[in-house]
Write a protein that binds this ligand. Structure first.
Ligand code: RFL
Ligand code: PHB
Length: 394
């Protein structure tokens, strides 16, 4: 069986795996990335759209942000809509930072192009992936490529294979603790050829449920509607989607801008984290270690923060033999993970309708949003978390 020798074996070519490989390459540390899907699939998968300033800065500072700088939409604030009122949270004024609209698949495209451009190994459509030896100090990854068995022998394995990957389940159950919360609702997401309704995102609270108006470009709208967890997408004609979005976002501001719906899908909402994020020489990063509901726009940003911390620890190990940063990896990441879990949960329960709630809860929720948008301290809390908390390195 052909065996490849490398320093870091990376499972998964999402934002986490690809950025880790890139950061290591810049320091002359070789790695091999394997991905179960095709290049075309990962470059077109419709997912996140919003980058924190810190995430965008990493792309720019490491030479893969040229297209991002040219094509991203820079937003200095967001709108919150409730009781039909449109309130603005001005990040520039509050924290002097912005967020960027730049689709996840564009981040993935830029990182794939960089990796292939410097001719480092990135293998698509691999199968039967399994990790081994991470507890004993001789890690290896076995897989099939073009129907043939292959293996990677490495010093470390980075499990960047998302929530449904194989790395986290390869940690013995007694050595990992899981924290989980499922929400009793889901998001129906659409992409449409429609000019964005406002020039920034609109998070709308409504008795009928939450709605979010976001965008991908000056001519493409992305929008989400809170729906039931077991919702059947076939019950949602284009007309019904626009009607519901119009109802939930009615009031002050521009009338809802409509157009041809080009894609639609339903996503479950969950909060999940595991501790620790490391087992022996296996390090989990991104969705492999944690999931947040998309309301806070944090999942990809958290994946990027994890691999910055992991890359720094691996670089310190290879450059100066230090093991302390690797040993601290999980602890360092989890501080941020739990703050982001808290924020994502908080904005989710703040803005969504919960069928268990009664009228008291609805009034309380509206008062909460009224306070949040009406007080500088409230707006500051949203702004600080939304643009991205500062990195804490240890
Ligand atoms: P990914 O992107 O899931 O990548 C994991 C990769 O691993 C591959 N894989 C394997 N490869 C080899 N062997 C195996 N056995 C494998 N098993 C799996 C998979 O094919 C995949 O390519 O994880 P990563 O890199 O950790 O990145 C995380 C982000 O994808 C995720 O957190 C975000 O999409 C979440 N998210 C958002 N995050 C933001 O920061 N801002 C947003 O605005 C935002 N909006 C969203 C979102 C997620 C959403 N959905 C669809 C869940 C909006 C939505 C609707
Ligand atoms: C998106 O643009 O897809 C997006 C933006 C903000 C969110 C979630 C998704 O909170």
């Amino acid at each position: 069986m052909p065996r490849i020798k490398t320093r870091v074996g990376i499972v998964g070519a999402g934002p986490a795996g690809l950025l880790l490989a890139h950061l290591l390459h810049l320091e002359g540390i070789d790695s091999v990335v394997i991905e179960s899907r095709s290049r075309q699939y990962i470059e077109t998968r419709l997912r996140a759209g919003l980058l924190e300033q810190g995430s965008a800065d990493v792309m720019i500072e490491t030479g893969v942000g040229e297209r991002l700088q040219r094509e991203c939409l820079r937003h200095g604030g967001v709108y919150i809509k409730f009781r039909g009122e449109l309130k603005h949270i001005d990040f520039q004024d509050l924290v002097g930072q912005s967020v960027m609209i730049y689709a996840q698949q564009e981040v993935v495209k830029d990182l794939v192009a960089a990796r292939l451009g410097y001719n480092e190994p990135l293998m698509f459509e691999v199968g039967n992936v399994a990790v081994d030896g991470h507890a004993t100090g001789t890690p290896s990854i076995s897989f099939t490529a073009d129907g043939k068995d292959q293996a990677i022998d490495c010093d470390f394995i980075a499990g960047c294979d998302g929530f449904h990957g194989i790395c986290r389940p390869s940690i013995p159950a007694g050595d990992i603790k899981m924290f989980d919360r499922e929400y009793p609702f889901a998001w129906l997401g659409i992409l449409a050829d429609a000019k964005p309704t406002e020039e920034e995102l609109v998070y709308a609270h409504h008795e009928r449920g939450f709605a979010l108006l976001t965008m991908r470009s000056p001519t493409v709208t992305r929008a989400y509607l809170q729906v039931a967890r077991d919702e059947d997408i076939n019950q949602w004609s284009d007309e019904r989607i626009w009607e519901e979005l119009a109802l939930r976002t009615a009031g002050e501001g521009n009338p809802l801008s409509v157009g041809k719906i080009t894609q639609k899908g339903i996503t479950d909402m969950r909060s999940f984290a595991c501790e620790p994020m490391q087992y022996g020489r296996l390090f989990l990063a991104g969705d492999a270690a944690h999931i947040v509901p998309p309301t806070g726009a944090k999942g990809m940003n958290l994946a990027i923060a994890d691999v910055r911390i992991l890359a720094r620890a691996l670089i310190a190990y290879y450059k100066s033999g230090r093991t302390d940063l690797l040993e601290a990896y999980s602890r360092t990441c989890l501080k941020r993970v739990w703050k982001v879990q808290r924020f994502s949960w908080w904005v989710t329960q703040l803005l969504h309708r919960n069928d268990q709630d009664n009228d008291f809860d609805l009034r309380r929720q509206i008062a909460d949003i009224d306070y949040l948008t009406g007080s500088r301290a409230g707006r500051m809390t949203w702004a600080e978390n939304y643009v991205g908390l500062p990195m804490e390195w240890d």
